[in-house]
Ligand binder design. Structure first.
Ligand code: UD1
Length: 429
């Protein structure tokens, strides 16, 4: 007998009026997962606050539990306490590792603290090749020996030593792994062409609070002097600029007014400027940002994704949705993930006029989007699909919502707070 088809949740969105209201957001997905991994380095508990209620957090928790970390996660309170109780494990559980890219952040801490790591190939969004060669080259320069197999890597190092490492590309994950490894290595490590994303600075500052010696935080040259040990710490996860940016784009897109609290406007300089160039009013008030657009067409703008402080690739799909509504021709260039334009097909299915040539997309607007069924999406494209549904005629169904749950806490609930016509339903029941 054929097994019953499992029902899969979908978002059903109806295009309608403007989004209006205020949201207070918690911590950044791309920070908290690395802060959790850093607990592997600590002699003592790491107590995190402003932990976002997203599904990647318990998955990362499972990765760490498999490595002898006791994880006490209180999703409602937004806290997570992590403490190593057994430091012998070298192999994070493969089923959890292959589900999220951030699991690769265990590599540096394991090698630095336990002398070896055995890692299945990390998972995450299907948005590009996402190799980890830069992580491995950096660790090799620090004295590690890497053995590659078809399904993973093994890295050994009796003792890591400092090194001068120039990254080919300012990779977020490689910078984080190498900084974490260097905190306990012998001597000085200098990482040139380091990534500067605010979430990396958050990790570095927490490591300093744990006793690490790191200079050049948030700059392209990060210098780490190895120390004997790191202690436990209490740390507040930095705000999620991508989540904030998603809601702010939604405000401009729907011709409404959205205020987001607990956001660092300085981390969103280019996205906010692009929203202003597109015709929205942007107001920064301490840790709150408001985006408003009452009338008149959106103006076309060009967007080029680049490592921070460039326009974030993680906001590119949401921005593309906005540009389908702009009056004229916009160009979008994707320089970080080669497959990120796969979302374009979904938008075309809704009626968008987009030509893709390599990593350039040319959008002609404004177009009337029609409701459609969208699927096969990653975290950001899933959220962008919902945004498209908010201004489309009729109903849009977004499948594979598990992806959205990985990065957006209470997404449907928050959009409904802003007045969106969206529900989450089980499909196929
Ligand atoms: C992180 C974020 C992701 C964001 C991205 C860029 C997490 C969990 N994810 O991903 O949301 O979109 O930064 O801001 O924090 N690359 C290599 N070799 C390497 C490493 C990377 O070729 O060793 C390539 C990747 O294939 C990709 C590009 O470099 O094309 C950027 O990757 P990277 O900056 O490392 O992003 P992630 O850390 O994977």
């Amino acid at each position: 007998m054929a097994p019953p088809v499992a029902s899969e949740p979908v978002f059903r969105v109806r295009g309608g009026g403007p989004l209006e209201g205020t949201l207070r957001l918690s911590g950044a997905k791309n920070s908290v997962l690395k802060l959790m991994a850093a607990s592997l380095l600590a002699d003592g508990p790491v107590e995190l606050s402003e932990v976002p209620d997203i599904t990647d957090v318990p998955v990362m928790g499972a990765v760490l539990e498999g490595l002898g970390v006791t994880v006490r996660h209180d999703a409602a309170a937004g806290t997570c306490r992590l403490e190593v109780h057994d430091d012998r494990g070298l192999r994070p559980p493969a089923d959890a590792v292959t589900r999220i890219r951030a699991s690769v952040a265990c590599l540096g801490p394991l090698v630095a603290r336990r002398g070896a790591a055995e890692l299945a190939l990390p998972g995450g969004d299907r948005i590009g090749a996402r190799s980890i060669d830069l992580h491995l080259e950096g660790l090799t320069a620090m004295g590690a020996v890497v053995e590659r197999a078809s399904d993973g890597v093994t890295v050994h190092a009796d003792a890591l030593h400092g090194a001068r490492i120039t990254l080919d590309f300012p990779s977020v994950g490689a910078t984080e792994n190498l900084v974490m490894a260097a905190t306990l290595a012998r001597g000085r490590t200098v990482i040139d062409n380091a990534a500067r994303e605010p979430e990396i600075a958050d990790l570095c500052r927490m490591l300093v609070a744990m006793g690490a010696d790191i200079r050049g935080i948030g700059t392209p040259t990060v210098t780490v002097e190895g120390v004997e040990r790191l202690t436990g710490v209490g740390w507040e996860t930095c705000p999620d600029r991508i989540e904030a940016g998603t809601y702010l784009v939604a405000g401009a897109l729907t011709g409404g007014r959205v205020r987001v609290e607990r956001v660092r406007a300085g981390d969103l300089t280019l996205p906010l400027r692009k929203l202003a160039d597109a015709g929205a009013t942007v107001d920064v008030d301490g840790d709150a940002v408001t985006v408003e657009r009452r009338s008149g067409p959106l103006r076309p703008v060009d967007v080029v994704t680049l490592p921070y402080p460039g326009f974030p690739t993680d906001l590119q799909p949401q921005m593309m949705v906005l540009l389908t509504q702009a009056d004229g021709m916009s160009r979008c260039t994707e320089n970080v993930f080669e497959s990120r334009f796969s979302f374009v097909d979904q938008l075309r299915r809704m009626g968008a006029d987009i030509d893709v040539d390599g990593h350039h997309a040319l959008l002609s607007g404004p177009t009337t989007l029609r409701g459609a069924t969208l699927d096969g999406l990653d975290v950001r494209a899933g959220a962008a699909g919902v945004l498209a549904g908010l201004v489309a005629e009729g109903e849009t169904r977004v499948r594979d919502v598990d992806h959205v749950d990985r990065g957006y806490a209470r997404f449907v609930e928050r959009l409904r707070t802003l007045g969106a016509d969206i529900v989450r339903e089980d499909d196929g029941a």
